[in-house]
Each structure stands twice: as C-alpha cells, then as structure tokens.
Design a protein around this ligand. Sequence first.
Ligand SMILES: [Zn+2]
Ligand SMILES: [Zn+2]
Length: 348
Amino acid sequence: MHTQPQKSRLEFFTDTAPAAGEVTEIVDGVYWLRMSLPMEGLDHINLYFLRDGDEFVVVDTGLGWHVAMDIWRQVFKDSMNGAHVNRVICTHLHPDHAGLAGWMCRKFGAPLLMTMGEYFLCRLMAADTGNPAPEEGVAFYKRAGFTDEQIELYKTKFGGFGKAISPLPDGYQRIRDGQLIEINQRDWRVIVGSGHSPEHACLYSGALNIMISGDQLLPNISSNVSVWPTEPEGNPLEDWISSCHKLKSEVPEDTLVLPAHGIPFRGAHHRLSKLIKHHELALERLHKYCLEPKLSTEVYPVLFRRAINDGNRSMAVGESIAHLNCLRARGLMQRKLNEAGQYLYRST
Ligand SMILES: [Zn+2]
Ligand SMILES: [Zn+2]
C-alpha cells in the first residue's frame, strides 16, 4: 500500500530537545510537552495534547509526582488558556505515561480512554502496592539465576508501581485496534501493538500524516521487551517483532512520528526495519552463545552493551528471558532445571 522508497536515515523535527515544561506546536492544534523524569537512564518523556474545538484532549500524562502536576497546572493555564480537557488517552500503563491520568480525569471530570489490557493491568499492578512479593516472583527469579541477595532486593522493591501512579478512575472507555477517535473533526486511528506492554495504543491521523507512537516506536532507544513473573512462559518478543511489521504496513514511511522518548522524526519504516533486525541479530548471537548451556543471567554480554546493576537487573533478566523464550517457541532452544533449581538453556 505504501510504496515510498526506504529512507536511509531518520529526519528529526528539530535538532535540539525543548527544555522540561516547554510546549512546542508540532502542527496547528497538535502540541508537544516535554517533561523531565527522575529515572536513571531515561531523563524525559514527551506528552502530547490536541485542540478539540474549544477544548483539549491529552495523550499521556507523565509520572505521578508533584513536579509533573506543577508543569501541567502551568500548561492548563498558559497553553490551554484555562480550557476544558474533555478526554485523557493513555497509550499504555507505565507510570511515566499513565501516572497522572487519574488525577487529570478527576480534575476535569473527563473520561479515561485506554485499551482493556492496559487499563486492567495498570489497576492490578497498582493494587499490588503494599503487598509482599509473591511466591511466583521469588520462584521466577530463582529459576532465572538470581543470587539470594538479588532476590531479597526484588522483594524489597516489589510494589513500587503504585507509588508512581495517581489511582486510575474506577471506570474507563475502552479503545480497540482500528477504532477511529474523532478529535477536532479529524479521525485518529488506534493502532495496537504488543511486546513492550500488552495492548499498547498508537494514534494515527491520515489527514495530518502524524502518529503518536508512545513507546511502541522510538527513534533512539529500543523499548524494553521483557518476560515478567506473572507470565513466565510468555513470548513478548515475537509479539514485538510482529507489531513492528504491522506498524510498517499501517503507516507510511514519511509519517511524522511523535514518540514518548526522543525527538519527533520521519522515517518510520527505516526505524522499524532497524528494530526488527536488532532483535533478530540478538537472537542469532544468543543462539550461538547457548551452544554451551547458560543461565538467563549469563547471557547479558550478547544482549546488552550497558553494565547490569541493581537498578536495571530485573529488566535485563526479563529481556534475556524474552529472547530465550522466543528461541524456544521457534524450536531453537531447550531448557531444563539444573540441580540448583535454575533453568539452563541450550541451543538446538
Ligand atoms: Zn512504556
Ligand atoms: Zn515510556
């Protein structure tokens, strides 16, 4: 359907990232709000808001903390001129995206629009806050190869999700793949992807040739694709790769992509192809590496260039298992428990 020639590189909307709290108009009625994040390795998020007649629609809300609230209050006053927000849309459940959705919905009496998978998982994870780490989690990380010390740290950190999220409203409006959402008399089509989160929504306007991509398509970093203790046999990496192929068929190469992290860019197909290749090559390296049996905690060197520490270990092991499970599902990897009760992976 889209036959534009492949671009050899990405074209960025601007060379310099705006300051935290700054609002940039992308095209008439589409605004980009940059916010800082107090997170190691990820220091900002991009949020967007769209004019809808005399009102506004917000897409992603920022982390549930006072700094983000203060910035939003300023934006409501200055950039929106005190206008009403009539809908809050969240691309997915992560706290940097959905953190202030509940707060904002209550403030304006506005409905929350999310996919079913994201809404319910978000509520579930927030409800885990204050609970002790589950047995399933401890067993998962023990089989993965965590040391006793690392398991203790997992237990201490369990339940942090809810602390970064203002409670979601108890009801929501479900959005689905392919659905059209009308904003300012223009249709925005929901394109669902999976792998980074269960049912991530991107929004595409054909009239503007713009896609708000959340974390489903980022220009510089590859989104985390992890297996978590709730679904230890899951295969999110195959979902992720299929979603990259799907996005290529759903939006043109010259779409202006508005990502949640990084600078808006053109070159969607180029970037998606690169992401697919990145994971396929990682799978090949992993397959070679596991000709000698390995624990999932022993495969970091073939998957990551960065050092693994207490702050990123659960993501790293989750991502390692995502690659290992993908190879297992493709019939290229076997797994068995060793005497210590840890999974050993061996390529076939
Ligand atoms: Zn995310
Ligand atoms: Zn994000």
